[in-house]
Design a protein around this ligand. Sequence first.
Ligand code: UDX
Ligand code: UDX
Length: 463
Amino acid sequence: MVKNICCIGAGYVGGPTMTVIAAKCPHIKVNVVDINTKRIEAWNHSDVSKIPIYEPGLSDLVQQARGRNLFFSTEVDQAIKEADMIFISVNTPTKTYGVGKGMAADLKYIELCARQIADVAEDDKIIVEKSTLPVRTAEALKNILDNTSKDVKFQILSNPEFLAEGTAVQDLLNPDRVLIGGEQTEEGRKAQKALVDVYANWVPSDRILTTNVWSSELSKLTANAFLAQRVSSINALSELCEKTEADVNEVARAIGTDSRIGSKFLKASVGFGGSCFQKDILNLVYISRSYGLQEVADYWEQVIIMNDHQKRRFASNIVKTLYNTVSGKKIAMLGWAFKKDTNDTRESASIYVADDLLNEQAEIVVYDPKVTAEQIYADLDYLNTRSSEENRKGVTVVNDPMECFDQAHAIAIMTEWDEFKDYDWESIYNKMLKPAFLFDGRMILDYDNMEDIGFKMYTIGKG
Ligand code: UDX
Ligand code: UDX
């Protein structure tokens, strides 16, 4: 029976997942380790509302388990030594160099973890891949572990994470399914069973699926590709709706009631973001291409092409509507996170829309309830489109939303934060220059009400 778990990587996946395991399994000691000292200090902050990741319900669970059987530290070697089971939850960004640049997943952190484990492990361990990985990564991991370690045996499991940010705690407490891939040998099945037993502390057994390793790895990429494909499909239709007199919300509702289609992931938007969708599809495309499956690769790549188009056309529509120039015009952007209820901004559509508007010399003011100014500038600097001084000159970040609107030419809603719906839109209208343009990239405001107030409205997917 597993008594001691170590998780390498205290990020958006490792942090919440380990917190829930610790909360539900008081008999298991859980050590979450990370090389980032600042991040670990934040996880250990005496005020649990200051932990580095904002997720509804997470702080309470951390409060409950931290110091009891949940520990955050930078002592990676020690935690590896103690553990029966090691989760690898480090990031696997898209490669920015060399072969597969812009497409393949960069596995250097995974490899470093494997080498470190091989180096310090003194007894047999079960290694669990939590990071999303290209198919057949487990094989590479096994190779490194088997060839570099002493007399120690490793079993490798794939246990992809399906939690969505903003609902991570609920998704972990009550998952649709838990997927555990393992080697189809006696030892493999034993390791699989050990992890099944951990989850069985709170997940009904019919929701714990076991497969071979490759099916499990590929299922994660496939799940994200299917979800992203639905968003790109409805976004493709949103453009057609704008040209006709159809309303994409009505179309989505009409098709979503077909039980074969289902109602989820049919919300048209300014484009999907997040750390997974784009990365995982690029990965799928890259893998397909590397096996010579051109049609398969092209098919999935189109999901990304459509998403890039959706972001770009939102920005160009703002420019076009504001009489073909936004130079020197103040544009208020509401929301920077890639979706509501998270402070995560990775691949957020706002980054790309802001970048396009800055190229047109707009003056941008951003308000997001959870994202810091530092993060917003870092996201723009990362694109390398202009110097960081220029980004700071073009973009102002405010802590009070009401500071955004004075003399603004337009507002762009980028994230569907609930609080935006409750603003006093009439007084906001009064502060703005006229005509006051409002671009709703998330379809959260009532079109007719806003037009009645006086706004010139543009809503995604409404003709
Ligand atoms: C996760 C998964 O791991 C990724 O594959 C998946 O597709 C998305 O979610 P996430 O938890 O969101 O990544 O990443 P991040 O928040 O960046 O956390 C990773 C952590 O690993 C960071 O805190 C980083 O400091 C740490 N890390 C990285 C290590 O501790 N050691 C390393 O060698 C590399
Ligand atoms: C996703 C998967 O849902 C999750 O299972 C996996 O583990 C990680 O990747 P996440 O990226 O956290 O989760 O959020 P998700 O809710 O899937 O949203 C992704 C993006 O799609 C967001 O930018 C969201 O705003 C957008 N989206 C989602 C839409 O535009 N329309 C929709 O109908 C749904």
